[in-house]
Design a protein around this ligand. Structure first.
Ligand code: ARG
Length: 455
């Protein structure tokens, strides 16, 4: 492609060291789409005849079909996907093929292909996120009345509906989808026409090319356009955060499926056994997802590090951008798909969850609230209830079973009626009616809202 100024054949080691086609062949659809749009601009500018354009388009579509059918042989000698396709086209149609690269560089070509690829990837990931959200809403709806203990510091804190816990993840996932949508909006500018660095003296209609490729605008600085990989960093960052959320969800699933918690039942299809211990049923999907999060973070770090010291504009270092991105997108998509399937087939062991949530200590704060309603300042109420908890612990008595005299001694507000009403678990949840809190009405409204939104 550039043999004019060289007298010697390239070293075999360099050929294999520099080749990226084993990774970037995946950009073939975007590359061909971009080349057809570019050829149309060359036609409009009078660089190509209609016949030449026709040959280029037909040739590229033929190559695409062959790649899709697995019949195309990519060659490492031709370095990357761009040169493989262009060389093959020229081999097939001759002179017209050799005109295709007019007013274009692989620098703006790869910037375009990568943006097109990532735009689709964002959409695919959003779809995967939606499916997982739907699956979580389904699980929540199957156990709408179920109560579990909510935790802080992994210590039992306050009772919540199981649905409330799942809805928290649905919120997180929604932010993930919205971050990807933002990234997609920001990458919505066509870099083609930026050339190697400074555009071209052959003036093409960049706006028409952008329109054909589904971009709403063109990039406005040719140097930025070929040097920029922000869009890839952003998607990797968004995926890293998504991975962090899925990893936290994994951790909950892993804890919940232990004998100690015993809250969640995963299906046989989504668990593994042990080759040694016959009794084992392991939550491997969640563990693998938690583990893969390391790669998602690593990929982000890898690209940020590749980019950090590069002078403007394109540098060959940037060829290292694709593997990290392809890996993160693939890994996250797979995780989303398998998680949706796993939760579709999972169920809550409501009896176990209820037994744990029935720990009266979970309602110690509610008891303090009753004192507040009786005029006791909260700090004092906190101390009074703390004292009752200490007595309960010393006498090994459940908090709500303490003698009426203990409650009365602690405060005249704590009559037997008040105490009894406070330790009614369902009533305690019904009382949590502020926006965002887990009253049954709020949970129902949130479930309906998400059902509607995810339709
Ligand atoms: N394979 C290259 C990459 O992905 C394409 C751009 C190469 N440009 C160049 N001037 N060598 O970065």
């Amino acid at each position: 492609m550039w043999k004019g100024r060289f007298k010697e054949e390239q070293s075999d080691l360099l050929k294999s060291y520099g080749a990226s086609v084993h990774v970037d062949w995946q950009l073939y659809r975007q590359d061909i789409r971009g080349s057809i749009a570019h050829a149309r601009a060359l036609l409009e500018a009078g660089i190509l005849t209609s016949e030449e354009f026709r040959q280029i388009e037909a040739g590229l579509l033929e190559i695409r079909a062959e790649i899709e059918a697995g019949k195309f042989e990519f060659s490492q000698d031709l370095e990357d996907v761009h040169m493989n396709i262009e060389a093959e086209l020229t081999k097939r149609i001759g002179a017209a093929g050799a005109k295709l690269h007019t007013a274009r560089s692989r620098n703006d070509q790869v910037a375009l292909d990568f943006r097109l690829w990532l735009r689709d990837a964002c959409e695919g990931l959003s779809g995967g996120i939606r499916s997982l959200q739907v699956s979580l809403v389904g699980l929540a709806e199957r156990h709408k009345e179920a109560i579990i203990p909510g935790y802080t510091h992994l210590q039992r804190a306050q009772p919540v509906f199981f649905a409330h816990h799942l809805l928290a993840y649905i919120e997180m996932l929604d932010r993930d989808a919205s971050r990807l949508a933002d990234a997609s909006t920001r990458m919505d500018a066509c870099p083609l026409g930026s050339g190697a660095i400074a555009g071209s003296t052959i003036l093409l209609n960049r706006e028409a090319v952008a329109r054909e490729l589904g971009f709403s605008k063109v990039t406005t600085n040719s140097m930025d356009a070929v040097a920029d990989r922000d869009f890839a960093c952003e998607v990797l960052a968004d995926i890293a955060i998504l991975g962090m959320h899925i990893s936290r969800l994994s951790e909950d699933v892993i804890l919940w499926s232990s004998t100690e918690f015993g809250f969640i039942e995963l299906s046989d299809r989504h668990t593994t056994g042990s080759s040694l211990m016959p009794q084992k049923k392991n939550p491997d999907i969640a563990e693998l997802a938690r583990g893969r999060t390391g790669r998602l973070y690593g990929n982000l770090m890898s690209l940020l590090t590749v980019m950090k010291g590069l002078p403007l504009t394109y540098n060959r270092d940037m060829q290292e951008d694709k593997e990290a991105v392809f890996d993160s997108v693939k890994s996250a998509s797979e995780t989303l798909a398998i998680f949706a399937e796993m939760f579709d087939a999972a169920s809550l062991r409501e009896d176990r969850a209820l037994a744990a949530a029935s720990d009266p200590l979970l309602l110690a704060t509610d008891l303090a609230d009753r004192l507040v309603e009786g005029g006791v300042p909260f700090r004092q109420a906190h101390e009074i209830v703390g004292g009752l908890v200490a007595v309960a612990q010393e006498t090994k008595t459940p908090l709500h079973k303490l003698d009426a005299t203990e409650f009365a001694a602690a405060s005249p507000v704590l009559t037997p009626e008040i105490v009894k009403a406070t330790f009614d678990l369902r009533a305690a949840l019904a009382a949590r009616g502020t926006t965002g809190a887990p009253s049954p009405e709020n949970i129902q409204r949130e479930l309906s809202r998400w059902r509607e939104q995810l339709r």
